[in-house]
Design a protein around this ligand. Structure first.
Ligand code: ASN
Ligand code: ZN
Ligand code: CA
Length: 333
């Protein structure tokens, strides 16, 4: 084999058998993908600081699908960044988080019993805990897309991470994490409008968040009300997540990929969806063109209406659906 770009095989905890981008250096394979901005994956080995140690080995076959094999969660994280990179590039022509061709790296096995994952602007990297008890590693695909999207948001609208703009920031990560899950379309991770459904984060098999009816988690808002910005940003995100679901799929009962949803609306409004690809295109254009650090839900609506006009025309079906969906989460009605 010639040194340089390789295609390895991986077996992740969640992704199952996939191919991943790797590099051959001398006689050692590295979990580093030069075709996607040089992004790479490291092992923190239960530490909580530093870059971690790059995953390397003598063969180009990684993980076995079990959590006890430390490479398995690394395969999930590495593959998650790959799919997120490909989604943004192939859908919007965005070349990485900063649109500068540089890939972010991922650190897995953070700390002990850590039940979270996070993006950090200062290291330009994502970090994943292994979970605790029956909770699985946090390396599920929609979580990877969520965390990487925090980097995209930081480098575009820069939505402040508190109040309504913070909820919109969180929602933007759930929206594109979900779009990445649909883009990858894995047999072992059936695409859905749920967040973190494979991690067993609550110990009873329920997901972390529900986009069709955010209040199903017991804490998130289904619609806007004055004071929604006082909620934790992972709960005020419900307004944006619900808007996205309604704009994509419409109100009421629906089955998508075998998963049942039932999305209520504020003010008894009926929404007809325009499909998730158009909803995401409108959201992305608003994020990168109209929204700023202080955008609240009312101005998010205005930005998305401008984006819908740009993409589909004034008073297009897409524009009208956007207005109706925002009204159905009690914004601008
Ligand atoms: N996983 C969480 C998130 O991305 C971490 C946090 O609360 N910042 O939102
Ligand atoms: Zn987040
Ligand atoms: Ca999901």
């Amino acid at each position: 084999k010639v040194e340089g770009v390789q295609t390895g095989t991986g077996n992740g905890v969640f992704v199952g058998n996939v191919t991943i981008g790797t590099t051959l250096s001398g006689s050692t394979y590295q979990m580093k993908d030069a075709t996607r901005g040089g992004m790479y994956t490291t092992n923190l080995n239960n530490g909580t600081s530093g870059n971690g140690t790059l995953f390397t080995k003598s063969t180009d076959s990684w993980g076995d699908g079990t959590v006890s094999n430390k490479e398995s969660a690394a395969v999930d994280a590495h593959y998650g960044v790959s799919m997120t990179w490909d989604y943004y590039k192939n859908t919007f022509g965005r070349n990485g988080i900063r649109n500068d061709g540089v890939g972010a790296y991922s650190r897995v096995h953070y700390g002990s019993n850590y039940v979270n994952a996070f993006w950090d602007d200062s290291c330009f990297c994502m970090t994943y805990g292994d979970g605790s008890g029956n909770t699985q590693p946090l390396t599920e695909l929609d979580v990877a897309g969520h965390e990487m999207t925090h980097g995209v948001t930081s480098n575009t609208a820069g939505l402040n991470y508190s109040g309504e703009s913070g909820g919109l920031n969180e929602s933007t990560s759930d929206v594109f994490g979900t779009m990445v899950e649909f883009y990858a379309n894995l047999a072992k991770d059936n695409p859905d409008y749920l967040i973190g459904e494979l991690i067993n984060i609550n110990g009873d098999g329920t997901p972390l968040r529900y986009m069709d009816k955010p209040s199903k988690d017991g804490s998130s808002a289904d619609s806007w009300y004055s004071g929604v910005g006082n909620l934790d940003v992972h709960y005020s995100s419900g307004v944006g997540n619900h808007l996205f679901y309604l704009l994509s799929e419409g109100s009421g009962a629906k089955v998508v990929n075998g998963v049942s949803y039932n999305s209520p609306t504020a003010n008894n409004i009926t929404v007809t969806g325009i499909g998730r690809d158009k909803a995401a295109a409108i959201w992305y254009r608003a994020l990168t063109t109209y929204w700023t650090s202080t955008t609240n839900y009312a101005s998010a609506r205005a930005g998305m209406l401008s984006a819908a006009t740009d993409l589909y025309g004034a008073n297009s079906a897409e524009y009208n659906a956007t207005a109706t969906a925002w009204a159905a989460v009690n914004v601008g009605s």
